[in-house]
Design a protein around this ligand. Structure first.
Ligand code: PEP
Ligand code: MG
Length: 596
């Protein structure tokens, strides 16, 4: 437990990623690691108590290690079991223990600080010797120390996300998309993490689960304690610990205003998004789960522009069979008929890792075995999905889309496998839509540069700006420390979007945008001005984006885009774009916080 629990109203600022306000008790899932535990003075009469605490934690970790060793005995070779013996002798090292006790007694300090200091001194000395064996022992020493510290600091309580018993605001150092996808909406009122960016899949999922969320809070997981009372503002990216009555009242007003505005927008949700000068823009929805279909119907979206099908795979112990996938795809096709559903083939890897695929950790997962690269290396998994999609295509209006295409070889290979699946189904007399449209995500700069050739092979381009931004600007979409550099208004990015649209036009195919950028009111005019004709966004953002389009003249959007393409920095682009929105829809920007 942190030494000093926060007593007064305190504000923390992070990155707003999922709108909404909630308040409740904090539940810490996983804490980040402090460089070193804080040093606290101990009164002389408290020394024995402090040492007894140390003894208890030491004994508990000893018990834990022996217990794990027992559990895995029989499953591991005896050589591997020796690691546990090594950890016990590190834990029991008399020199470390005696020095720690001496420091506490003589310098009247807390035991966490003393133990960490002693261990670090030895670990550093070992690591400095140019010997691999000793370097590994230094790592073992630190590992054992961390376990004891976690116990001393109360950081090691396990939280079972599947069985939460009371509503909470979940606070964690990080949260994987697989964990987020399984959250119980009735129990998790809000989410706050130390790390993360606006377009991390955890952020996107929180949005579709409608759980207010703030990421990039740096070390909120260390500052807070389970049971703290907080207010979470997912519109502005703020956490307020111990909010005063005045703060609660002000937030009540904000929420009421937002609800009124959203209710107003919902009244016209089913009207098409036609600009003032008569151009119809299709606004579809992005989904991750079948359960999102209801939200799609309720928001007035025109079909599903992106179904991230990997979520059907990520939350399981075994791969879904062709039959299971077929059932899911036909359910969504039926539910949306006659509107179209774009099923994106598996996009695993990056921040979406699952044991079900036998994936191993990579140094740079976003530059690694991801999406189409993974599928082409695992044709049996890919073809099972392709067959299931093809079979479902007769039920409704299904289109198929490949993620992360970087050049013609990948799309040619994917299409070759698709043709072989079609042939197999034909030979068995299994029906499917012979004219199913196959498009691709445009999310890697090399693909944009090859768009003319790719456009001859695809029926549509859907620009995945979440990735296109990170790969163009070399800015990790998950990293809160460089979140300010993740810049959707960067003229370089806008040029890539324009190049894609022009290649699409030359090939007589449509170009849409399905990244989070398409939900940002300040950026929508730019996208339309660049010639994008379809947007696919989170359901919750659909009514506002449709409304904004109805306030806009395409001719003005084109002028804006022309200016942006010749601009040298995003600052002037954003200023001009925001001014346009401010003029055509006063107050809109303030009241519809962007998801990016
Ligand atoms: C994108 O990259 O913009 C996109 C929509 O795909 P994802 O967010 O799933 O990577
Ligand atoms: Mg992507």
């Amino acid at each position: 437990m942190p030494a000093n629990r926060i007593q007064i109203e305190t504000f923390f600022r992070g990155i707003a990623v999922s709108p909404g306000v909630c308040r409740g008790k904090v539940l810490i899932l996983e804490r980040g690691h402090e460089e070193e535990p804080p040093r606290r003075p101990i009164a002389a009469e408290r020394v024995e108590e402090e040492l007894a605490r140390f003894q208890r934690s030491h004994a508990a970790i000893r018990h834990q290690i022996l217990q794990i060793q027992e559990e895995v005995r029989g499953k591991m070779q005896s050589k591997e079991l020796e690691i546990f013996d090594a950890h016990i002798s590190i834990l029991d090292d008399p020199v470390v223990l005696e020095e720690t006790v001496r420091m506490v007694r003589e310098q009247l300090m807390n035991v966490e600080f003393a133990y960490h200091a002693v261990v670090e001194r030895y670990a550093e000395a070992l690591a400095e010797v140019g010997d691999d064996y000793l370097r590994e022992r230094a790592a073992d020493l630190r590992d054992v120390c961390l376990r004891v510290l976690n116990h001393l600091l109360g950081r090691d309580q396990q939280v079972d996300l599947q069985h939460l018993t009371e509503p909470c605001i979940l606070v964690s150092h990080d949260l994987a998309p697989t964990q987020t996808a399984q959250l119980d909406r009735n129990m998790v009122l809000g989410l706050a993490t130390d790390v993360g960016g606006k377009t991390s899949h955890t952020a996107i999922l929180a949005g579709s689960l409608r759980i207010p969320a703030v990421v990039g809070l740096q070390n909120i997981s260390l500052e807070l304690t389970s049971g703290d009372y907080v207010l979470l503002d997912g519109f502005n990216g703020i956490i307020v610990v111990n909010p005063t009555d005045q703060t609660l009242y002000e937030y009540g007003e904000i929420v009421r205003k937002r609800e009124d505005l959203q209710a107003g927008l919902l009244e016209s949700k089913d009207s098409p998004a036609v600009t003032l000068d008569g151009t119809r823009i299709i606004v579809a929805a992005n989904i991750e789960h079948l359960s999102d279909i209801l939200a799609v119907h309720e928001c007035g979206a025109e079909g599903i522009g992106l179904f991230r099908t990997e979520y059907l795979f990520l939350e399981r112990e075994t791969l879904p069979t062709e039959e299971e996938q077929f059932n899911s795809y036909q359910r969504v096709a039926k539910a949306m008929k006659p509107q179209s559903v774009i099923l994106r083939t598996l996009d695993v890897g990056g921040d979406k890792i699952s044991g079900v695929f036998g994936m191993t950790a990579e140094e740079n997962p976003f530059l690694g075995l991801r999406a189409i690269r993974f599928c082409l290396q695992k044709p049996e998994i890919f073809c099972t999905q392709l067959r299931a999609i093809l079979r479902a295509s007769i039920v409704g209006n299904i289109k198929l889309m490949y993620p992360m295409i970087s050049g013609v070889d990948e799309i040619d290979e994917a299409n070759r496998l698709l043709e072989s699946c079609k042939e197999e189904l034909r030979s068995k007399g299994v029906p499917f839509d012979e004219s199913i449209e196959v498009g691709m995500m445009m999310e890697i700069p090399s693909a944009v540069l090859m768009a003319d050739a790719l456009g001859r092979r695809a029926k549509f381009f859907s620009i995945g700006t979440n990735d296109l931004i990170q790969y163009t600007l070399a800015v990790d979409r998950l990293n809160e420390r460089i979140a300010h550099l993740y810049d959707p208004a960067h003229p370089g990015l806008l040029r890539l979007i324009q190049m894609t649209v022009e290649s699409g036009n030359r090939n007589k195919i449509w170009t849409g945008v399905c990244g989070e950028m398409a939900a940002d009111p300040a950026l929508v005019p730019l996208l339309l001005g660049l010639g994008v004709t379809k947007l696919s966004i989170s359901p919750i953002a659909v009514p506002a984006v449709k409304h904004l389009i109805r306030c806009l003249k395409l001719s003005e959007a084109r002028e804006l885009a022309e200016f942006a393409l010749s601009a040298e920095s995003s600052v002037e682009v954003l200023a001009r774009s925001r001014a346009l929105v401010q003029r055509i829809a006063p107050g809109f920007l303030e009241n519809h916080s962007a998801s990016i």
